[in-house]
Ligand binder design. Sequence first.
Ligand code: OSB
Ligand code: MG
Length: 369
Amino acid sequence: MKIERIEMHQLSLQYVFPFETSFGRETQREFILVAVSADGVTGWGECVAGAGPWYAYETVGTAWHVLESFLAPALMGKQIEEPAEIVGRFDRVRGHAMARACLENALWDLFARAREESLVEMLGGARKRVAVGVSVGIEATLDALLERVALHVDEGYERVKLKIKPGWDAKVVRAVRELWPDLSLQVDANSAYQLDDVAIFHELDEFDLLLIEQPLHYEDIVDHAKLQAQVRTPICLDESIHSPDHARWALDIDACKIINIKVGRVGGLTAARQIHDLCAERGVPVWCGGMMETNVGRAVNVALAALPNFTLPGDISASARYFHQDIAGPDFVLNPDSTLDVPVGSGNGMTVDMERVAAVRSALRVFSW
Ligand code: OSB
Ligand code: MG
Protein backbone atom coordinates (compact mmCIF):
# COMPACT_ATOMS: atom_id res chain seq x y z
CA MET A 1 0.00 0.00 0.00
CA LYS A 2 1.22 3.47 -0.79
CA ILE A 3 0.99 5.84 2.16
CA GLU A 4 -0.94 8.89 0.94
CA ARG A 5 -1.85 10.81 4.05
CA ILE A 6 -0.72 11.17 7.66
CA GLU A 7 -2.56 13.26 10.25
CA MET A 8 -1.24 14.21 13.69
CA HIS A 9 -3.81 15.36 16.26
CA GLN A 10 -2.78 16.74 19.64
CA LEU A 11 -5.57 16.08 22.14
CA SER A 12 -6.36 16.46 25.81
CA LEU A 13 -8.94 14.60 27.95
CA GLN A 14 -9.78 14.99 31.66
CA TYR A 15 -9.38 11.85 33.79
CA VAL A 16 -12.41 10.55 35.68
CA PHE A 17 -10.21 10.92 38.80
CA PRO A 18 -6.63 12.20 39.27
CA PHE A 19 -3.84 9.62 39.00
CA GLU A 20 -0.79 9.91 41.26
CA THR A 21 2.43 7.90 41.02
CA SER A 22 5.85 8.25 42.65
CA PHE A 23 6.69 10.78 39.91
CA GLY A 24 3.64 13.01 40.34
CA ARG A 25 -0.09 13.62 40.06
CA GLU A 26 -2.02 14.25 36.84
CA THR A 27 -5.62 15.28 36.24
CA GLN A 28 -5.69 15.07 32.47
CA ARG A 29 -4.16 13.10 29.62
CA GLU A 30 -2.42 14.98 26.84
CA PHE A 31 -1.52 12.81 23.88
CA ILE A 32 -1.10 12.55 20.12
CA LEU A 33 -3.36 10.52 17.88
CA VAL A 34 -2.11 9.68 14.38
CA ALA A 35 -4.05 8.58 11.31
CA VAL A 36 -2.34 6.92 8.35
CA SER A 37 -4.23 6.48 5.07
CA ALA A 38 -3.63 4.42 1.93
CA ASP A 39 -5.97 3.11 -0.81
CA GLY A 40 -8.95 4.80 0.85
CA VAL A 41 -8.39 3.04 4.19
CA THR A 42 -7.31 4.78 7.42
CA GLY A 43 -5.53 3.26 10.43
CA TRP A 44 -5.18 4.91 13.84
CA GLY A 45 -2.41 4.94 16.43
CA GLU A 46 -2.12 6.56 19.86
CA CYS A 47 1.16 7.96 21.15
CA VAL A 48 1.54 7.24 24.87
CA ALA A 49 4.11 9.98 25.61
CA GLY A 50 2.81 12.25 28.36
CA ALA A 51 2.81 15.97 29.07
CA GLY A 52 6.12 15.86 30.96
CA PRO A 53 9.27 13.68 30.99
CA TRP A 54 8.32 11.86 34.22
CA TYR A 55 7.72 8.25 33.31
CA ALA A 56 10.02 8.46 30.28
CA TYR A 57 12.10 11.18 28.61
CA GLU A 58 9.60 11.38 25.76
CA THR A 59 6.85 14.01 25.97
CA VAL A 60 4.00 15.10 23.72
CA GLY A 61 6.36 17.84 22.52
CA THR A 62 9.32 15.58 21.69
CA ALA A 63 7.05 13.01 20.05
CA TRP A 64 5.39 15.72 17.97
CA HIS A 65 8.81 16.96 16.83
CA VAL A 66 10.15 13.49 15.98
CA LEU A 67 6.93 12.48 14.19
CA GLU A 68 6.67 15.72 12.23
CA SER A 69 10.33 16.16 11.31
CA PHE A 70 11.55 12.59 10.84
CA LEU A 71 9.06 9.72 11.04
CA ALA A 72 6.10 11.03 9.03
CA PRO A 73 8.38 12.28 6.20
CA ALA A 74 10.13 8.87 6.16
CA LEU A 75 6.76 7.15 5.67
CA MET A 76 4.95 9.55 3.31
CA GLY A 77 4.54 8.28 -0.24
CA LYS A 78 6.27 4.97 0.54
CA GLN A 79 5.07 1.62 -0.70
CA ILE A 80 4.66 -0.66 2.35
CA GLU A 81 3.68 -4.35 2.22
CA GLU A 82 3.83 -5.25 5.96
CA PRO A 83 3.65 -3.10 9.10
CA ALA A 84 6.89 -4.70 10.35
CA GLU A 85 8.76 -3.15 7.38
CA ILE A 86 8.53 0.16 9.11
CA VAL A 87 10.82 -1.04 11.89
CA GLY A 88 13.76 -1.03 9.46
CA ARG A 89 12.80 2.35 8.02
CA PHE A 90 12.61 3.90 11.48
CA ASP A 91 15.87 2.29 12.67
CA ARG A 92 17.82 5.47 11.99
CA VAL A 93 15.91 7.19 14.80
CA ARG A 94 17.51 6.30 18.11
CA GLY A 95 15.15 6.13 21.08
CA HIS A 96 11.80 7.92 20.78
CA ALA A 97 10.06 4.57 21.01
CA MET A 98 6.65 6.09 21.75
CA ALA A 99 6.77 8.25 18.63
CA ARG A 100 7.80 5.27 16.49
CA ALA A 101 5.21 2.99 18.07
CA CYS A 102 2.17 5.12 17.30
CA LEU A 103 2.92 5.19 13.58
CA GLU A 104 3.72 1.48 13.47
CA ASN A 105 0.50 0.71 15.37
CA ALA A 106 -1.47 2.87 12.94
CA LEU A 107 0.02 0.76 10.11
CA TRP A 108 -1.06 -2.48 11.83
CA ASP A 109 -4.57 -1.05 12.09
CA LEU A 110 -4.47 0.14 8.48
CA PHE A 111 -3.30 -3.23 7.11
CA ALA A 112 -5.75 -5.20 9.24
CA ARG A 113 -8.62 -3.00 8.01
CA ALA A 114 -7.49 -3.30 4.40
CA ARG A 115 -7.43 -7.12 4.77
CA GLU A 116 -10.74 -7.06 6.69
CA GLU A 117 -9.05 -8.90 9.50
CA SER A 118 -8.95 -8.08 13.20
CA LEU A 119 -5.74 -6.85 14.81
CA VAL A 120 -5.70 -9.86 17.12
CA GLU A 121 -5.85 -12.25 14.14
CA MET A 122 -3.05 -10.38 12.43
CA LEU A 123 -0.92 -10.62 15.58
CA GLY A 124 -1.67 -14.32 15.95
CA GLY A 125 -3.55 -14.10 19.25
CA ALA A 126 -6.24 -16.65 20.02
CA ARG A 127 -7.96 -15.50 23.21
CA LYS A 128 -11.47 -14.06 23.03
CA ARG A 129 -11.14 -12.39 26.42
CA VAL A 130 -8.12 -11.18 28.38
CA ALA A 131 -7.64 -11.05 32.17
CA VAL A 132 -7.25 -7.53 33.50
CA GLY A 133 -6.64 -5.59 36.68
CA VAL A 134 -6.63 -1.99 37.81
CA SER A 135 -3.75 0.30 38.70
CA VAL A 136 -4.54 2.32 41.84
CA GLY A 137 -2.70 5.59 42.34
CA ILE A 138 -1.33 7.15 45.51
CA GLU A 139 -4.05 8.88 47.57
CA ALA A 140 -3.92 11.68 50.14
CA THR A 141 -4.82 9.32 53.01
CA LEU A 142 -4.89 5.59 53.69
CA ASP A 143 -8.69 5.76 54.12
CA ALA A 144 -9.08 7.30 50.68
CA LEU A 145 -6.90 4.54 49.21
CA LEU A 146 -8.92 1.79 50.90
CA GLU A 147 -12.12 3.36 49.58
CA ARG A 148 -10.72 3.42 46.06
CA VAL A 149 -9.62 -0.23 46.26
CA ALA A 150 -13.07 -1.19 47.63
CA LEU A 151 -14.71 0.59 44.70
CA HIS A 152 -12.62 -1.33 42.15
CA VAL A 153 -13.06 -4.67 43.92
CA ASP A 154 -16.83 -4.04 43.90
CA GLU A 155 -16.63 -3.27 40.19
CA GLY A 156 -15.23 -6.78 39.72
CA TYR A 157 -11.47 -6.33 39.38
CA GLU A 158 -9.76 -9.44 40.69
CA ARG A 159 -6.24 -8.01 40.49
CA VAL A 160 -5.15 -4.69 41.95
CA LYS A 161 -1.85 -2.87 41.53
CA LEU A 162 -0.88 -0.30 44.15
CA LYS A 163 1.47 2.53 43.32
CA ILE A 164 4.10 2.84 46.07
CA LYS A 165 6.84 5.28 47.07
CA PRO A 166 8.97 5.75 50.21
CA GLY A 167 6.55 6.44 53.07
CA TRP A 168 3.63 4.94 51.10
CA ASP A 169 4.53 1.26 50.90
CA ALA A 170 4.49 -1.54 53.49
CA LYS A 171 1.87 0.07 55.76
CA VAL A 172 -0.45 0.62 52.79
CA VAL A 173 0.05 -2.88 51.41
CA ARG A 174 -0.51 -4.36 54.89
CA ALA A 175 -3.80 -2.48 55.26
CA VAL A 176 -5.06 -3.64 51.84
CA ARG A 177 -3.93 -7.22 52.51
CA GLU A 178 -5.77 -7.30 55.85
CA LEU A 179 -9.04 -6.25 54.22
CA TRP A 180 -8.63 -8.44 51.10
CA PRO A 181 -6.58 -11.52 52.07
CA ASP A 182 -7.24 -13.33 48.75
CA LEU A 183 -7.00 -10.46 46.28
CA SER A 184 -4.31 -10.74 43.59
CA LEU A 185 -2.10 -7.84 44.57
CA GLN A 186 1.04 -6.27 43.12
CA VAL A 187 2.94 -3.01 43.59
CA ASP A 188 4.65 -0.53 41.26
CA ALA A 189 7.36 1.85 42.55
CA ASN A 190 8.19 3.60 39.26
CA SER A 191 11.88 3.70 40.26
CA ALA A 192 11.36 5.40 43.64
CA TYR A 193 13.87 3.22 45.59
CA GLN A 194 17.55 2.31 45.75
CA LEU A 195 19.32 -0.95 46.46
CA ASP A 196 19.94 0.29 50.05
CA ASP A 197 16.18 0.10 50.63
CA VAL A 198 16.27 -3.73 50.57
CA ALA A 199 14.68 -3.87 54.06
CA ILE A 200 11.43 -2.50 52.63
CA PHE A 201 11.38 -5.22 50.00
CA HIS A 202 11.92 -7.87 52.67
CA GLU A 203 8.88 -6.43 54.41
CA LEU A 204 6.88 -6.55 51.16
CA ASP A 205 7.89 -10.23 50.80
CA GLU A 206 5.36 -11.01 53.59
CA PHE A 207 2.30 -9.97 51.61
CA ASP A 208 2.16 -12.65 48.92
CA LEU A 209 2.43 -10.12 46.10
CA LEU A 210 2.33 -11.27 42.47
CA LEU A 211 5.27 -9.01 41.71
CA ILE A 212 7.15 -5.83 42.56
CA GLU A 213 7.33 -3.58 39.50
CA GLN A 214 10.34 -1.37 38.69
CA PRO A 215 11.56 -0.71 42.24
CA LEU A 216 14.95 0.77 41.23
CA HIS A 217 16.44 3.21 38.72
CA TYR A 218 14.60 3.55 35.39
CA GLU A 219 17.64 2.53 33.31
CA ASP A 220 19.03 -0.09 35.67
CA ILE A 221 19.23 -3.84 35.35
CA VAL A 222 22.36 -4.54 37.46
CA ASP A 223 20.99 -3.39 40.82
CA HIS A 224 17.68 -5.07 40.03
CA ALA A 225 19.57 -8.36 39.62
CA LYS A 226 21.19 -7.81 43.03
CA LEU A 227 17.81 -7.04 44.57
CA GLN A 228 16.08 -10.02 42.91
CA ALA A 229 18.74 -12.29 44.45
CA GLN A 230 17.73 -11.06 47.92
CA VAL A 231 13.91 -11.11 47.70
CA ARG A 232 11.35 -13.87 47.21
CA THR A 233 8.72 -11.83 45.38
CA PRO A 234 9.30 -11.74 41.60
CA ILE A 235 10.66 -8.44 40.34
CA CYS A 236 9.02 -7.18 37.17
CA LEU A 237 10.70 -4.61 34.94
CA ASP A 238 8.78 -1.83 33.21
CA GLU A 239 10.83 1.37 32.61
CA SER A 240 14.17 -0.44 32.05
CA ILE A 241 12.99 -2.49 29.04
CA HIS A 242 13.02 -0.52 25.77
CA SER A 243 13.55 -3.26 23.18
CA PRO A 244 13.89 -7.01 22.67
CA ASP A 245 17.64 -6.59 23.36
CA HIS A 246 16.94 -4.93 26.72
CA ALA A 247 14.65 -7.83 27.60
CA ARG A 248 17.34 -10.35 26.70
CA TRP A 249 20.02 -8.47 28.66
CA ALA A 250 17.79 -8.29 31.73
CA LEU A 251 16.87 -11.99 31.56
CA ASP A 252 20.51 -13.03 30.96
CA ILE A 253 21.52 -11.54 34.31
CA ASP A 254 18.31 -12.48 36.22
CA ALA A 255 17.35 -8.84 36.78
CA CYS A 256 13.66 -9.85 36.86
CA LYS A 257 11.35 -12.86 36.68
CA ILE A 258 8.51 -11.10 34.87
CA ILE A 259 8.31 -8.38 32.20
CA ASN A 260 5.66 -5.70 31.76
CA ILE A 261 5.28 -5.14 28.01
CA LYS A 262 4.07 -1.70 26.96
CA VAL A 263 3.79 -1.31 23.21
CA GLY A 264 4.73 2.38 23.30
CA ARG A 265 7.76 1.91 25.55
CA VAL A 266 9.28 -0.78 23.30
CA GLY A 267 8.62 1.00 19.99
CA GLY A 268 5.60 -0.80 18.54
CA LEU A 269 3.77 -4.08 18.09
CA THR A 270 6.58 -5.83 16.22
CA ALA A 271 9.01 -5.36 19.13
CA ALA A 272 6.29 -6.10 21.68
CA ARG A 273 5.58 -9.45 20.03
CA GLN A 274 9.32 -10.24 19.83
CA ILE A 275 9.67 -9.64 23.59
CA HIS A 276 6.62 -11.84 24.15
CA ASP A 277 8.22 -14.62 22.07
CA LEU A 278 11.61 -14.32 23.76
CA CYS A 279 10.01 -14.50 27.21
CA ALA A 280 7.91 -17.49 26.14
CA GLU A 281 11.10 -19.33 25.06
CA ARG A 282 12.71 -18.57 28.40
CA GLY A 283 9.66 -19.52 30.47
CA VAL A 284 9.23 -15.94 31.71
CA PRO A 285 5.63 -14.70 32.09
CA VAL A 286 4.65 -11.31 30.67
CA TRP A 287 1.70 -8.98 31.12
CA CYS A 288 0.48 -5.94 29.28
CA GLY A 289 1.09 -2.58 30.91
CA GLY A 290 -1.04 0.51 30.35
CA MET A 291 -0.36 4.20 29.86
CA MET A 292 -3.81 5.60 30.64
CA GLU A 293 -4.70 5.27 26.97
CA THR A 294 -7.92 6.10 25.18
CA ASN A 295 -9.82 3.26 23.54
CA VAL A 296 -7.50 3.42 20.50
CA GLY A 297 -4.45 2.48 22.58
CA ARG A 298 -6.47 0.16 24.79
CA ALA A 299 -7.67 -1.85 21.75
CA VAL A 300 -4.03 -2.46 20.82
CA ASN A 301 -3.20 -3.55 24.38
CA VAL A 302 -6.15 -5.93 24.52
CA ALA A 303 -5.21 -7.50 21.15
CA LEU A 304 -1.58 -7.91 22.26
CA ALA A 305 -2.63 -9.44 25.59
CA ALA A 306 -4.45 -12.18 23.63
CA LEU A 307 -1.04 -13.76 22.82
CA PRO A 308 -0.42 -16.97 24.80
CA ASN A 309 2.45 -15.91 27.10
CA PHE A 310 0.47 -13.00 28.56
CA THR A 311 -0.33 -15.14 31.57
CA LEU A 312 -0.73 -12.38 34.17
CA PRO A 313 -3.61 -9.85 34.20
CA GLY A 314 -2.88 -6.61 32.33
CA ASP A 315 -3.17 -2.98 33.42
CA ILE A 316 -6.02 -2.66 30.94
CA SER A 317 -9.07 -1.47 32.81
CA ALA A 318 -12.56 -0.80 31.47
CA SER A 319 -12.99 2.48 29.57
CA ALA A 320 -15.03 3.99 32.42
CA ARG A 321 -11.93 3.99 34.68
CA TYR A 322 -10.20 6.59 32.49
CA PHE A 323 -12.35 9.24 30.74
CA HIS A 324 -15.99 10.37 30.82
CA GLN A 325 -16.19 10.39 27.04
CA ASP A 326 -13.54 8.72 24.91
CA ILE A 327 -12.49 9.79 21.41
CA ALA A 328 -13.25 6.32 20.03
CA GLY A 329 -15.61 3.43 20.73
CA PRO A 330 -17.16 1.08 21.50
CA ASP A 331 -16.14 1.27 25.16
CA PHE A 332 -14.51 -1.69 26.89
CA VAL A 333 -16.70 -3.04 29.69
CA LEU A 334 -15.47 -5.32 32.50
CA ASN A 335 -16.89 -8.86 32.38
CA PRO A 336 -17.89 -10.49 35.71
CA ASP A 337 -14.73 -12.66 35.58
CA SER A 338 -12.39 -9.61 35.51
CA THR A 339 -11.75 -9.83 31.77
CA LEU A 340 -12.26 -7.59 28.75
CA ASP A 341 -13.50 -8.87 25.38
CA VAL A 342 -10.98 -8.78 22.54
CA PRO A 343 -12.42 -6.69 19.68
CA VAL A 344 -13.39 -8.78 16.67
CA GLY A 345 -14.15 -5.99 14.18
CA SER A 346 -11.82 -5.12 11.36
CA GLY A 347 -8.49 -3.55 12.44
CA ASN A 348 -8.34 -2.55 16.11
CA GLY A 349 -12.15 -2.63 16.18
CA MET A 350 -12.51 1.03 17.15
CA THR A 351 -14.38 3.83 15.40
CA VAL A 352 -12.83 7.24 16.02
CA ASP A 353 -15.38 9.96 16.80
CA MET A 354 -14.13 12.85 14.63
CA GLU A 355 -16.42 15.40 16.28
CA ARG A 356 -15.07 14.47 19.68
CA VAL A 357 -11.49 14.62 18.33
CA ALA A 358 -12.10 18.13 16.96
CA ALA A 359 -13.63 19.23 20.28
CA VAL A 360 -10.60 18.23 22.38
CA ARG A 361 -7.87 19.07 19.85
CA SER A 362 -5.20 21.73 20.35
CA ALA A 363 -3.06 21.10 17.25
CA LEU A 364 -3.36 19.41 13.87
CA ARG A 365 -0.70 18.66 11.24
CA VAL A 366 -1.55 17.00 7.94
CA PHE A 367 0.85 15.47 5.43
CA SER A 368 -0.62 14.55 2.06
CA TRP A 369 1.00 13.15 -1.02
O1 OSB B 1 4.16 2.51 35.55
O2 OSB B 1 2.61 1.27 34.82
C1 OSB B 1 3.06 2.39 35.02
C2 OSB B 1 0.47 5.01 33.98
C3 OSB B 1 1.28 6.01 33.50
C4 OSB B 1 2.65 5.84 33.57
C5 OSB B 1 3.19 4.67 34.12
C6 OSB B 1 2.37 3.66 34.56
C7 OSB B 1 0.98 3.84 34.53
C8 OSB B 1 0.00 2.89 35.04
C9 OSB B 1 -1.37 2.98 34.39
O3 OSB B 1 0.18 2.16 35.99
C10 OSB B 1 -2.07 1.73 34.15
C11 OSB B 1 -3.26 1.93 33.24
O4 OSB B 1 -3.11 2.45 32.11
O5 OSB B 1 -4.37 1.57 33.66
MG1 MG C 1 4.93 0.55 35.82
